[in-house]
Design a protein around this ligand. Structure first.
Ligand code: F0G
Length: 456
């Protein structure tokens, strides 16, 4: 088989900053060993997130120039609405400035004290918006699927018997909806199978509950279904996406991922009453229902991006380049969350740095080492983010210590990926020298964004 190439050529380039190790050392100290506090200019390969970091196409930029900035009833809204309606099959399309705005609006209407919202795994902002309104966010994932060493084709799946038990326990009236996050970002970027979506749908039908989809990476999920699930080889990504959305009563989407744009999102609904209530909340903080929190040009770019994301040549290259990175790391003995996810590789810092205990933040220490070695910016998803203190003030580490290498869409080339592989392997070979970190300043909330650290 021939090399799978980037199915695009480059028309515009953005220089990246070369730095020396000494410079990076000073930058890291100044940033308090927190990747969110490093100026982006001082990063060579930026894998902090795949969110809002995509390169837009010539067609998307052209569409932006056609943006209609009318306050109400803009042509750009009509285009956006047409594309999202035809993709999701849902009748009410509500634009928001990003995914979490859709979540906030939805859960401020249907959440509240006493309510329970199950998901395969909620993304952090979804959980935060649910909890902010006083409802409870519950993750229902088979514990085997959160084990980095366990290999299965659809580790993002929901534990369906656990869903039934939960509904029985809390009562169907306290479950306003069931949420499915595709792909499952908080569980290694792993996909959800069509069979699992159908099984969840069947449970929802039995109890008369709506099923919602967090569709941030729906197209990547569709690719995995096409490649890995029996009976989907001959279906197009669009057909598979339609089949997924046909099961949904509602969709929240961060367009910053699989709509290939730098900002945007939406809430799509089939329920007239709920849509009216959500639009009323939308007007308070986002804007009039035909623009939400967005400019007309943003709506154009999303509409165009949603068409491009389902191109099989794009998706083959996209998933293969992440998988290639994963394979090379596994070959070199680097422990990662297996199998490789759709949008990111998650290094298993617990096995990478067994000499660093949870309270010295092995993931954060590895993040720092990757930056010092090669100017690569990554993000810890471990005890900095999810560690907790009990009533006696004792620290409890997170179940996993991961470092996410999230790959922006259409931004880096094969040689960037090869460079990245070299950096990770070099750090792995010198891992015994890496030391843990302790808090210099521990932020009371949003610890991973605001805290600073020093080496132990
Ligand atoms: N849902 C999922 C599955 C996400 O991954 C994100 C964002 C959101 C919702 C929220 O969307 O950022 O547009 O408000 N994930 C980013 C990340 C931030 O880095 O994984 P948003």
């Amino acid at each position: 088989m021939r090399t799978i190439i980037e199915p695009f050529k480059i028309k515009m380039v953005e220089p990246i900053q070369m730095t020396t190790r000494e410079q990076r050392q000073a930058i890291m100290v100044k940033a308090g060993y927190n990747p969110f506090l490093i100026p982006a200019e001082d990063v060579l390969i930026d894998l902090l997130t795949d969110s809002g970091t995509s390169a837009m196409s010539a067609e998307q930029w052209a569409a932006m120039m056609r943006g209609d900035e009318s306050y109400a009833g803009a042509r750009s809204f009509t285009r956006f609405e047409t594309v999202v309606k035809s993709l999701t099959g849902l009748r009410h399309i509500i634009p928001t400035h990003q995914g979490r705005a859709a979540e906030r609006i939805l859960f401020s209407v249907i959440g509240g004290p006493g309510k329970v919202i199950p998901s395969n795994t909620h993304f952090d902002t979804t959980r935060a918006n649910i909890e902010h309104g006083g409802a409870e966010a519950i993750d229902l994932i088979d514990p085997r699927n959160t084990d980095p060493t366990f290999r299965a084709p659809f580790k993002g799946n929901m534990d369906v018997p656990a869903l039934e038990r939960l509904i029985e326990e809390v009562g169907r009236d306290n479950v306003p909806l069931v949420m499915m996050t595709i792909t499952n970002n908080a569980t290694g970027g792993q996909p959800v199978s069509m069979a699992n979506l159908k099984a969840v749908r069947a449970v929802c039908d039995r109890y008369g509950l709506p099923m919602f989809i967090d569709a941030a990476r729906f197209a990547e999920n569709a690719w995995f279904i096409q490649q890995r699930e029996e009976g989907f080889k001959d279906k197009s990504l669009r057909q598979i996406a339609h089949e997924i959305f046909a099961m949904a009563n509602g969709v929240t989407m961060s367009a910053k991922k699989d709509a290939l744009v730098n900002i945007g999102g939406f809430l799509a609904l089939d329920d007239d009453d709920l849509a009216m209530q959500c639009r009323s909340v939308l007007i308070l903080t986002e804007g009039f229902p035909t623009y939400g929190g967005l400019a007309g040009r943003d709506l154009e770019a999303i509409a165009q991006g949603l068409e491009e994301i389902l191109d099989p040549d794009y998706m083959r290259y996209r998933i293969r380049s992440v998988e290639f990175l994963g394979e090379k790391l596994i070959e070199a003995g680097v422990p990662i969350f297996e199998p490789p996810g759709g949008h990111a590789i998650y290094i298993d810092a617990k096995r990478f740095l067994p000499h660093i205990p949870a309270e010295q933040f092995p993931g954060q220490a590895l993040m720092a080492a990757l930056y010092l070695e090669g100017g690569v910016r990554s993000c810890e998803i471990g005890s900095v983010m999810f560690g907790r203190y009990d009533a006696e003030g004792r620290f409890h580490g997170a179940p996993n210590e991961l470092v996410r290498l999230a790959i922006p869409r259409r931004v880096y080339t094969q040689s960037h990926i090869e460079y990245l592989i070299e950096v990770v392997i070099e750090v792995f070979q010198n891992r015994a020298q890496i030391r843990g970190l302790k808090f210099a300043y521990e932020a009371p909330v949003l610890r991973h964004f605001m805290s600073t650290f020093t080496p132990v």
